[in-house]
Design a binder for this molecule. Structure first.
Ligand code: NAG
Ligand code: NAG
Ligand code: NAG
Ligand code: NAG
Length: 736
């Protein structure tokens, strides 16, 4: 299937992708902003901002240059920095208000921010840097181009996690408003300990905006009992968006900062879990219910046991439960964390100044000191957040490639909703996958739908944005940005079975071809669609439509091969023989041998005739690949028929079989020699058409070829066909 997917990816590259290439080195460290209302993709690069057309990113675009001044570059070099670092890398672009974007850059180790005027309506092409209002970017943009940061804009205020200083000693979660700022405590390792910021987002708690919370996702170091600084954990932290800090203490400091651990682990063989603790990327999948998005994390592990990647999914319900649960507490840093079971002051530390507290507090500045002291000394919750199903929805332990980015689309299919994962790698590939949870077995099935190569040369993918509205992905690397449609159903071919087996929730068979699936109701007419993402059951969906069926003639006492090659190489194959509605598994023996090409029957007997069903099993899912109807002719009759075909040109009601199998030496007595038969048999498997096959094998005359052409097999399997097929078997006798 990897090979198949690769082929698809090449095809896909031809007309599904568009690549925007920026100037040399422009996109080394950059930021991307999707602006769906204005149909723009904003990219902040090295000393430059691009505004691309979302529909066609290679259409003529706007750009503005914003380099560091010579003086700034000079200062930067004086400080001993390398030339490439001494530039204005634009690491932050956010919507600021209805007329302006906020952009911040590293400014050659002297962060700067500016407002970019963007057009609306008729001025859609406007892109203007307000160059007389350049502000300091400290606390908004890191100094170093490589430094991790995460930001989100909410009601005109910027929430950002970053290193705020030149030496990268001061990590902080900041909020910068019109006149005020608020941040985590300087140098408080209980709050943040060498964090690597990955993402942040605002999620409402209920219908009261005063309870809206900002969530930050990051990794940090944890001190173990021995006082060493070894392990890394992934954290989710949250603050109230309206936090005003304290009045006498915690002035300009969060009065609501709490954090806990995000777990993503698998059970090991010896009962020891392997934890994926390094968060690589996070994706917040918004739903109609804004309060309950699904959170997806892409994690890696560098455990000694194995290296690999995992995707875990979290419910807001579980995240909230952890924050509403007990606080963690330890007597000294060399003690274990325990549940804090003392008195918790009121209002509950970490809650927002809102109606939740009876409207008693209009601002956190009114909170009792006791509450502020508590939150300051107990920032950690005792309960960690477990992923949905308590396990990853996806595991990648193959090694060889790195997974770097994650985006998720929620797709409605005939049999429910699917989360389609788009996972960026370090070698220009985006994996498009779905995962299916089996409740009964408590297992997760991963289905690789497509492997999309988005750049022609291998390069790490550093950004994936998705526009659900446009059904497009925007995939960034240092080479440029590729726009790619999230589906191309036509690639799965026009057959019902192929479309169904692809299990792509975007696609369904519409009676003619594999095309985009739209749920009923979206269009007035409900169309005829065949789709089964959960099981890929083509037999059920496409029965009587397009199932692969074959008629094979075997000659008594000779050999024949019943071909069956599932599309996926990982699939295991089982053969059945059909008896009416029952199917009996074919047990291999000296005479009946399973090969990678199909079922080889040596020294066929009359009793071998019947309908053979080849089923492939992959990840516990069973698919029927082909039905083969084997008819057995006796040797003498075949000989007779061959001659008869030449003598009798008339329209005989007893027509000869279209294509008997070639002559072969009689079956060897020892099963070890069967491969000779086998090699000879598969030598013909390149010929797909029966006529071609017959020509090759029998070298029939032109006259005869014409005759055979009209006899291409038309047999299709339908229930009860077995009996009919038998009844149809040639009844002529020798010498007729
Ligand atoms: C948006 O912000 C910019 C920069 O502060 C300001 O000049 C502009 O007037 C604001 N626009 C609106 C509509 O408030
Ligand atoms: C900051 O200004 C915006 C408008 O630009 C306003 O909506 C918001 O309420 C202000 N925030 C604070 C904290 O004053
Ligand atoms: C097939 O072989 C068996 C012995 O192996 C023989 O008895 C039988 O007559 C053969 N059948 C035909 C049609 O040649
Ligand atoms: C029709 C056909 O292929 N017949 C062959 C079966 O095998 C014998 C040897 O056992 C050949 O002689 C026949 O030609």
């Amino acid at each position: 299937s990897v090979c198949f997917a690769y082929l698809l990816s090449i095809l896909a590259f031809l007309n599904r992708t568009r690549v925007f290439q920026a100037g040399e080195g422009r996109l080394q460290h950059y930021s991307m902003l999707l602006d769906e209302t204005q149909e723009r993709l904003i990219i902040g690069g090295k000393g430059i901002l691009y505004a691309l057309n979302l529909e066609r990113i290679i259409a003529p675009h706007k750009e503005i240059h914003w380099p560091s001044s010579e003086e700034q570059v000079g200062d930067c070099l004086m400080q001993g920095r390398e030339k490439p670092e001494c530039a204005n890398y634009i690491k932050l672009v956010q919507h600021y208000n209805s007329t302006h974007l906020l952009a911040c850059g590293t400014g050659a180790f002297s962060p700067v921010c500016a407002y970019i005027r963007v057009g609306r309506g008729t001025e859609v092409n406007l892109l203007l840097l307000e160059s007389d209002h350049i502000e300091s970017g400290r606390g908004r943009c890191p100094f170093h181009p490589n430094s991790p940061s995460a930001s989100t804009m909410y009601r005109g205020e910027l929430f950002v996690g970053l290193y705020t200083d030149y030496w990268e000693n001061d990590a902080a979660l900041y909020r910068l408003g019109n006149r005020s700022f608020i941040r985590t405590e300087v140098g408080d390792r209980q709050q943040l300990n060498e964090p690597k910021f990955v993402g942040s987002t605002v999620i409402p708690d209920n219908d009261d905006p005063a309870d809206d919370k900002v969530y930050y996702f990051f990794t940090e170091r944890v001190t173990n009992i021995e006082g060493g600084n070894k392990a890394v954990y992934t954290r989710v932290a949250r603050v109230c968006a309206n936090d005003q800090g304290g009045q006498r203490m915690l002035v300009n400091r969060w009065s609501s900062f709490l954090k806990t651990r995000l777990i993503c682990s698998v059970a090991g063989p010896n009962g020891i879990d392997t934890h994926f603790d390094e968060l690589e990327d996070v994706f917040v999948l918004r739903k109609k219910d804004e309060k309950n998005p699904e959170i997806f994390g892409l994690f890696s592990t560098t455990s000694a046991v194995f290296k690999g990647y995992a995707v875990c999914m979290y419910n807001m319900e579980d995240i909230r439960a952890a924050f509403n649960g007990p606080f963690a507490y330890r007597e000294r840093t060399d003690h274990h964390w325990k549940v804090y079971d003392g008195r918790v002051p009121y209002p509950r530390p970490g809650s927002c100044a809102s109606k939740i507290n009876g409207g008693q507090f209009s601002s956190s500045k009114e909170y009792p000191d006791e509450v502020l002291r508590f939150v300051r000394s107990h920032p950690l919750m005792f309960q960690a957040v477990q992923p949905v199903h308590r396990r990853p929805i996806l595991l990648d332990t193959e090694g060889g490639r790195k997974l770097t980015q994650l985006a998720v689309d929620r797709v409605e299919a005939e049999d429910g909703h699917y989360n389609v994962l788009f996972i960026g790698t370090d070698n220009s590939v985006v994996l498009k996958m779905i995962t299916i949870y089996n409740k009964e077995a408590d297992t997760v099935e991963e289905v690789l739908l497509e492997e999309l190569q988005v750049f022609k040369v291998p390069v790490p993918i550093t950004e994936i944005l998705i526009s659900t509205k446009r059904q497009q992905l925007y995939v960034g690397s240092e080479l440029g940005v590729t726009q790619i449609r999230v589906h191309q159903c036509g690639l799965y071919g026009s057959a019902c079975a192929d479309c169904c087996l692809a299990r792509d929730p975007y696609c369904a068979w519409d009676g003619f071809t594999c095309s985009r699936y739209y749920p009923a109701g979206l269009y007035t007419k409900r169309r005829f669609r065949r789709q089964d993402v959960r099981h890929g059951n083509a037999v059920q969906q496409c029965n009587g439509l397009q199932l692969s069926e074959k008629l094979v003639y075997g000659v008594e006492n000779n050999s024949t091969l019943l071909e069956c090659r599932p599309r996926s190489l990982q699939a295991s194959v089982t053969w059945y023989i059909q008896h009416g509605v029952d199917m009996e598994e074919v047990k291999g023996d000296d005479r009946v041998i399973q090969t990678p090409h199909g079922l080889l029957l040596l020294k066929i007997a009359k009793g071998d005739a019947g309908v053979y069903v080849c089923q492939s099993t992959e990840h516990g899912f069973v698919q029927t690949v082909v039905h083969v109807n084997l008819e057995v002719l006796d040797e003498g009759k075949v000989e007779g028929l061959l001659h008869k075909g030449e003598e009798d040109e008339g329209d005989s009601p007893h027509r000869p079989p279209p294509c008997p199998f070639p002559s072969l030496p009689s079956a060897p007595s020892s099963s070890k020699l069967w491969y000779k038969d086998f090699m000879q048999l598969i030598g013909y498997s390149n010929f797909q058409q029966v006529e071609q096959y017959c020509e090759k094998v029998w070298c029939v005359s032109d006259r005869k070829r014409k005759k055979l052409k009209g006899m291409a097999p038309k047999w299709r399997y339908t229930p009860g066909a077995e009996q009919r097929a038998r009844a149809r078997a040639p009844r002529h006798t020798q010498g007729q």
